[in-house]
Ligand binder design. Structure first.
Ligand code: HPA
Length: 272
């Protein structure tokens, strides 16, 4: 069965469960999964109930799709994503993105937890992603191209929509939630980076580092979906502070800022 056929089967299963097509999809990063609790008229579908859907395993990533009304829009929230470091194929990592595209989603908001490479950042900083550096060693578009998704050589000049970044700034100002801007570097993980790697990333122009988002952003642009990315800087990256990195700190910070994060997302979605 082709990837396209599997994507269509999952999309059809979702259409049967929830009649209203989502206009916007939000992928919720580590510790941010409860945004969907604020949705009205919601349908919640555990990933395990969707055909061909890859299931995530990491603590802090409960796996469910919730579609409902939020900030005046029909929104799909993806609580839980699969990562390359779990051993999934790049095609599986972008499966949900593909399904959202086939459901007709025009805007994809990718959120994540990330380490702060820019020393002006603090744990708790929210960063609008202006661009990315793909250091995953993989690209979800490698292999045979299916033109029904998009072209063989898609342009990546503006992965993160200028329009949506401006919307994020307006929402941030109106909600009183300060945001920074910067470049997100994606590393494979699952080990955190070394201090030398972080110095190298800083020299290369990265402001934040994480283990997700880039495959989904590439696949979304391949399909012509407009993308916005927001990183929650959950910790300063390795070697910035005289302390080791802990996954618990990532989750604690994400929990601490989730009120601000929800307000920001609400402000963004109501302006779309
Ligand atoms: N590095 C990579 N991924 C991350 C980090 C980090 O410091 N924090 C949260 N996700």
């Amino acid at each position: 069965m082709s990837v396209f056929a599997r994507v269509e089967a999952a999309a059809e299963a979702i259409r049967r469960r929830h009649g209203t097509a989502p206009e916007v999809a939000v992928v919720l990063g580590s510790g941010l999964g409860d945004l969907a609790d604020a949705f009205a008229e919601a349908t919640s579908i555990p990933y395990a109930e969707l055909p061909h859907w890859p299931v995530a395993g990491v603590v802090g990533h409960p796996g469910r799709l919730v579609i409902g009304r939020f900030a005046g829009r029909s929104v799909a929230a993806l609580a839980g994503r699969v990562h390359l470091y779990e051993g999934h194929d790049p095609a599986d990592v972008v499966f949900a993105t593909r399904v959202m595209g086939r459901l007709g989603v025009g805007v994809l908001i990718l959120t994540n937890a990330a380490g702060g490479v820019n020393t002006a950042f603090r744990a708790g900083t929210l960063m609008v992603i202006d661009d990315h550096i793909n250091l995953l060693g993989a690209n979800p578009l490698a292999g045979e191209n299916d033109e029904r998704f998009g072209p063989r050589f898609p342009d990546m000049t503006e992965v993160y929509s200028r329009r949506l970044r401006a919307v994020a700034d307006l929402a941030a100002a109106s909600r009183g939630v300060p945001v920074a801007h910067g470049v997100y570097a994606a590393c494979l993980g699952p080990s955190y980076e070394t201090p030398a790697e972080i110095r190298s990333l800083r020299t290369s122009g990265a402001d934040a580092v994480g283990m997700s988002t880039v495959p989904e952003a590439i696949a979304a642009r391949h399909m012509g979906i407009e993308v916005l990315g927001i990183s929650c800087i959950t910790n300063m990256a390795a070697g910035v502070l005289p302390q080791p990195l802990r996954h618990e700190e990532v989750l604690e910070t994400a929990r601490r800022v989730r009120g601000a994060f929800t307000a920001l997302l609400e402000g963004i979605i109501e302006r779309l």
